[in-house]
Design a protein around this ligand. Structure first.
Ligand code: B12
Length: 216
């Protein structure tokens, strides 16, 4: 069993025992960002996915899923990278969870971008497509990052893209979250410009868009 699998299994066990100090101790040794050795993304995401699957198959209760999410949120919050000095005012970024209320992934992506020196408008979670269009247009963001954990929410990204197109806006929509990891072509189907699997990819995508786009 690889090191990563061992830590993930130990994390699942600690989460299901509601052992917050144990979770903290396991996560303490990890790097905050994905890439080059076990990171928070590499361990927290598969551990919670495993708990989600166990819930789907009736082996754990929804309250255990809830508590696991809460314990991770608290532990991750403590470990996220500090913000770096801001690079300048472009690109302007906005981030939100569309429709659903699974906010941990957004929190991790936001932190990674801030640690890379980008400023973001956080539009929160549970947002409706039209609300998000209005907020992004109001703030004239260059990139709108959308996180979705439920398939029904992911499908509604197409309404955000259509709303922006109707307003003649060039805002690039970048998506991420479980449904997009499960269905490789879904991001294209909903009209997004790019998809990222973790917080490090979110940073890489914003960087590469900033190189290609005519933002001042
Ligand atoms: C924890 C959890 C909860 C917690 C949420 C706590 C919280 N504050 O966030 C609670 C218990 C509240 C909950 C509730 C529900 N949940 Co829930 N939940 C989960 C679980 C187990 C883990 C999610 C998580 O936090 N993962 C860890 C984070 C860090 O990972 P992540 O969000 O994927 O983010 C990473 C990447 O995806 C990426 N990323 C994320 N966003 C973005 C955005 C961009 C732009 C980029 C580039 C990258 C990126 O970077 C992140 C870091 O690596 C998932 C299982 C799963 N497979 O994901 C189910 C899951 C999402 N839930 C599910 C369901 C059904 C529900 C409920 C409807 C259950 C119910 N009957 O009430 C409710 C709905 C609540 C709502 N309206 O939103 C289903 C969805 C199924 C579907 N097909 O849509 C899942 C998949 C479980 C399952 N296997 O069935 N849930």
């Amino acid at each position: 069993m690889s090191n990563l699998e061992t830590i993930t299994r130990q994390l699942v066990e600690a989460l299901l025992r509601l052992d917050s100090p144990g979770v903290g101790a396991l996560l303490d040794g990890l790097r905050p960002l994905a890439g080059g050795g076990p990171s928070l993304d590499d361990v927290v995401v598969p551990a919670l996915e495993r708990i989600g699957r166990d819930w789907e198959e009736g082996r754990v209760s929804l309250s255990q899923v809830y508590m696991a999410g809460r314990i991770c949120e608290r532990a991750v919050e403590r470990l996220l990278s500090p913000d770096r000095p801001v690079r300048g005012d472009r690109p302007k970024l906005g981030i939100a969870v569309l429709e659903d209320h699974h906010a941990l992934g957004k929190r991790m992506v936001k932190s990674a971008l801030r640690a890379a020196g980008y400023q973001l408008q956080d539009y929160g979670h549970g947002r409706r497509p039209q609300e998000l269009v209005e907020m992004a247009l109001r703030d004239q963001v260059d990139v709108l990052l959308i996180s979705c954990l439920m398939l029904a929410s992911a499908l509604r990204v197409s309404e955000v893209v259509a709303g922006l197109q109707k307003a003649g806006s060039p805002i690039a929509v970048v998506v991420g979250g479980a449904p997009f990891r499960l269905e490789a072509q879904l991001w294209k189907e909903v009209g997004a410009r790019a998809v990222g699997r973790n917080s490090a990819e979110a940073v890489a995508i914003v960087r590469s868009l900033a190189e290609r786009e005519p933002w001042a």
